[in-house]
Design a binder for this molecule. Sequence first.
Ligand SMILES: NC(=O)c1ccc[n+]([C@@H]2O[C@H](COP(=O)([O-])OP(=O)(O)OC[C@H]3O[C@@H](n4cnc5c(N)ncnc54)[C@H](O)[C@@H]3O)[C@@H](O)[C@H]2O)c1
Length: 341
Amino acid sequence: MAKLQNQIAIITGSSSGIGAAVAKSMAEEGATVVINYPVDAAQQMAEAVKNEIIAAGGKAIMIKADVSKEAEVQQMFADTIKQFGTVDILVNNAGLQKDAHFENMTLDQWNFVIGVNLTGQFLCAREAIREFLRRGVDEKKSKAAGKIFCMSSVHEVIPWAGHANYAASKGGKAQERSFPELNGMTCGLLTHAFLRSLEETPPDSQNGVSSTAIKQYLLSTWADVCGSIPAVEPEFISPTGPDIQFSATSKQVLQGFKLTKAPATAIRLDISDALRVSVVQCYYTPTAATVTWTGQAAIPLVVSGLRFFLKLQPGLYRCVVSGDMQKSVPFEATGVTDVDI
Ligand SMILES: NC(=O)c1ccc[n+]([C@@H]2O[C@H](COP(=O)([O-])OP(=O)(O)OC[C@H]3O[C@@H](n4cnc5c(N)ncnc54)[C@H](O)[C@@H]3O)[C@@H](O)[C@H]2O)c1
């Protein structure tokens, strides 16, 4: 059975670019996809994506909705649920830029980008989570009550002159970490939605997006909530010796990470706990010295060349690697060193 058989996926802004590639990839995996587009001018492109999916044997419909408008988002979810019974997957992809030097940026430019990129993701995620909570887990379809992907950008963490509104909209995606904890059900909230290949894609380019790369990435990240856990690749990340001392207020263990070689291109490591709650993210550039950690600043970290030492509570974790080396590596912080004060 295809991985996403009988699952209903809304992909916002999927008449072009990355969204269109995601829609095709998900349809290939058996999902019924909703191709969302914002305005009449984009209808023809949406139609082309839909026709391509249907010609390949997939299932797709189109819904016009501006994700920055609450009523239109609610209508899109209501129409989808009316037609298919539920929504299983949301890909929060719609996004745009309105660039200007900071001193010249108008309030309209600022509000427009924040409205689509940030408020739009909130409005769609809220409707999706309401539906996941209403329906609960359907074991026949998935271990998760639902899945949400939010397209981000390296500018979630890296400032970008002339694009303050865009960088702020992506940085504001920290809202994802506030998604509700859904007790008693598995709800996969997958937010590692950035690919190296996407970074290199011109924003308005349709052909530059590799649907294979996207598919590989999506499958590697959602495998843990939809199916089997990807194989561990111990040569990539392995515990290292406890040669750093930390002081701590609670019992924690020292976990070492080691890159076997410096990555040729920038990569991001997202470390999350067993509940998929992001613990820390690291943006790692080819020059090993420039490692930037974001996330919980309270978690001490020491970087030494290609080795990282992070203090964690004992337990199960997962390290998702974005970039050329796309991998999802489960690991257990077992207690190389106990730090107990
Ligand atoms: N291409 C890149 O290099 C890159 C890098 C980092 C992040 N991203 C992110 O990836 C996502 C997709 O970008 P893309 O490169 O495919 O660009 P794109 O312009 O091809 O796609 C954006 C889509 O969003 C749609 N859209 C715009 N406003 C909308 C609204 N109000 N409601 C619904 N849909 C709306 C557009 O019609 C378009 O189909 C964006 O969130 C973007 O910020 C892209």
